[in-house]
Design a protein around this ligand. Structure first.
Ligand SMILES: [Zn+2]
Length: 639
């Protein structure tokens, strides 16, 4: 609609034989119609120079960071989790901060919290209780109230000046939820601790404080921080977590320690703790143990705690140049047969992702696959269900481990731009799936799992532009825009550019923005810059439109040298397509068309098929780019 209005305006202007008309024609040469919509706040960030039009961080780019020191005490089955915490928060922004916004994700369990779905009795808890709060050593009222849910702004006693820091201290406690989702109790003594500590929200250059509610649907947005976290648990409890386990000899018995240490050099899975070891109390030292984890430049920490889960480990080379190995560990109920393969699946995922797509060495020292109920990613950890179908277990592990790159390595705002995180995990999941299962099986799986629900449903909620801020979406609209649609878009731009240029552009994006907070426009601009092509027509078509995939054969005509095939783009999306040609001599030929056929005219494309053979019929086959109406994808010669 906008393009139509613009061309009418141009026609009207050109009709005036005047200087004005000449200027208009000149400016029409610039691709104004293809310029990407940009929210006003993002335009302001570009104007301030915190982001650069070539896709790089701007000369004035900044982000805030913090150092977290946390000691957590947990003694399952007692459901009270206690913490003492200090945060040193550094204001790198040019702004004077009068307030600090805190995220309190555990308050999603409070009765009355705004939630995307319902909440069972077992899910509800009183939320996080702040027992003590201090700012720069001075006890300060927290001022809790019944209407505080997953975030809270606190006015500072004195403003936090640019380039200054503030020391925030807490004592807190909460009751762990009896219903496990992304965190909570898996059984009386097997817990997953995530999102549990009060944290400073992101304050960024284009949006200021992140005050989006956590509703248990959308995901997270975090700064890169340094963490020292100690989980204090009774004897016989093992703790798995993000970061380096410091001084494992202070928590493990010598034999278990020896197996754990050996796993860092082992290609084959070592049973660090078996069910018999646990039953015989042969794993941890017989005392209250402090499991101390440290990680730097990471967006979050998560932990699994159990006196029942067995523990497997091995490692794999993730960087051939440095010969760097990463540890792969699994923690699970011994009865889950699929999890006995999980270290192998994890090693395969780290190896494949490091050396193929994205082809960036796995950026952390370890990955732990913890058996839970979330199918969810955390830095250096995933929390996955056990499944009867072992190949599905591998698939879920690969998807969640692929998230290491986006959102964690890349600092994505998942809450607002889930397509920059889930879209990529879904893309890598497809690419590793092709390697695992072959193109035919993976294509069928991806179509059924990622595309079919969207493309076969004509409801008005299905085709919202991917760029729509996802914190305002729910249901299918959220799912489509976070997973399948953007993944098809990324795979379509891979098809358009070819693997070499696509890899160069993807690596440029990851190189420029890892450890930072890229916006969609930083991604689009970097791809344009690194590919050396203005792809705004493509981004507009896939990410900023209400398009869907529906191509049709408009006509086939015989020419001197073969045939001309005219395609209509009914749904509008610039999708790749295979034209499958069936000749009268019984032969068949497939001509692949990249999205380039839609660059000049996004509604109609003319494809030349040079051939001496006589065409009997043809079919359009989209593969993963499923067509909403396959009925008009066939043409047959008249008899
Ligand atoms: Zn995901």
């Amino acid at each position: 609609m906008e393009m139509k209005r613009l061309s009418e305006w141009r026609r009207a202007a050109a009709a005036k034989a005047s200087l004005l008309a000449l200027i208009t024609v000149a400016s029409a040469a610039t691709p104004a119609a293809a310029q990407l919509y940009m929210p006003r706040a993002v335009k302001q960030a570009y104007a301030k120079g915190t982001r650069s039009p070539d896709g790089r961080p701007g000369a004035r780019y900044w982000q805030n960071r913090a150092r977290y020191d946390i000691t957590v005490t947990a003694a399952p089955p007692n459901r009270t989790v206690r913490g003492t915490e200090t945060i040193v928060y550094v204001n790198n922004s040019p702004d004077t901060l009068q307030h600090i916004v805190f995220k309190l994700f555990v308050n999603i369990h409070k009765p009355g919290a705004p939630r995307a779905g319902g909440a069972s009795e077992a899910y509800l808890t009183p939320g996080t209780q702040i027992d003590r709060f201090a700012v720069n050593g001075t006890v300060t009222p927290w001022g809790d109230d019944a209407n505080t849910f997953t975030w809270k702004a606190i006015k500072l006693p004195a403003p936090l000046m640019p380039h200054d820091s503030v020391r925030l201290a807490f004592d807190w406690h909460y009751e762990i939820s009896r219903e496990a989702g992304r965190e909570g109790m898996l059984n009386e003594t097997t817990w997953y601790l995530a999102y549990f500590y009060p944290r400073v929200a992101v304050y960024d250059d284009y949006n200021g404080w992140d005050t989006m509610d956590f509703t248990d649907l959308q995901e997270f947005y975090s700064d890169f921080n340094d963490y020292d976290v100690t989980i204090r648990v009774p004897a016989n409890f093992i703790v798995w977590g993000t970061g380096t386990l410091l001084q494992p000899e202070t928590v493990l018995q010598p034999e278990a320690l020896g197996r754990y240490t050996a796993s860092f050099r082992s290609d084959t899975t070592i049973r660090v703790a078996t069910a018999a070891d646990l039953a015989g109390h042969r794993v941890t030292l017989p005392k209250t143990n402090d499991w101390h984890f440290r990680a730097r430049d990471i967006p979050d920490m998560a932990f699994g705690v159990s006196d029942q889960y067995v523990w497997d480990a091995a490692s794999v080379v993730v960087d051939n140049t440095l010969r760097r190995r990463a540890s792969v560990q699994a923690a699970y109920a011994d009865t889950a047969s699929d999890f006995h393969h999980m270290v192998g699946f994890g090693r395969h995922a780290l190896d494949w992702l490091s050396h193929n797509w994205p082809g960036v060495p796995y950026p952390y020292e370890k990955s732990t696959i913890f058996m839970g109920s979330a199918d969810m990613e955390y830095p250096m950890m995933v929390n996955d269900e056990a499944f009867p179908d072992t190949s599905f277990s591998r698939f879920v592990a690969e998807h969640e481990i692929a998230h290491t790159y986006m959102p964690f390595y890349m600092g994505i705002n998942e809450t607002r731009y889930g397509f920059m995180d889930e879209g990529w995990a879904t893309t890598f999941e497809y690419l590793v799936g092709v390697a695992d299962m072959g193109a035919a099986r993976e294509t069928e799986f991806y179509k059924q799992f990622r595309v079919n629900g969207w493309i076969t449903n004509p409801s008005p909620t299905q085709d919202l532009p991917i760029i729509t801020p996802e914190d305002v979406l729910s249901g299918r609209a959220y799912g489509n825009n976070a997973y399948g649609k953007p993944s098809l878009g990324y795979l379509a731009v891979k098809d358009l550019l070819g693997d070499d240029v696509f890899r160069r552009a993807l690596h440029a994006y990851m190189d420029r923005w890892h450890g930072r907070h890229p916006l969609p426009w930083d991604f689009f601009n970097t791809f344009n810059d690194a590919a050396g092509r203005n792809l705004d027509w493509f981004w507009n078509n896939w990410f900023f439109s209400n398009h869907y995939i529906d191509l049709a054969v408009a006509g086939v005509t015989r020419t001197g040298g073969g045939y001309t095939v005219v395609l209509n783009n009914v749904g509008g999306m610039a999708a790749p397509v295979d034209i499958v040609l069936h000749y009268a001599d019984g032969t068949t030929e497939t001509r692949h068309q990249t999205p380039a056929i839609w660059q000049a005219d996004q509604r109609r494309a003319t494809v030349t098929v040079p051939t001496a053979r006589q065409l009997q019929s043809l079919d359009l086959q989209g593969g993963i780019w499923m067509d909403a109406n396959p009925a008009d994808n066939h043409w047959a010669a008249a008899h």
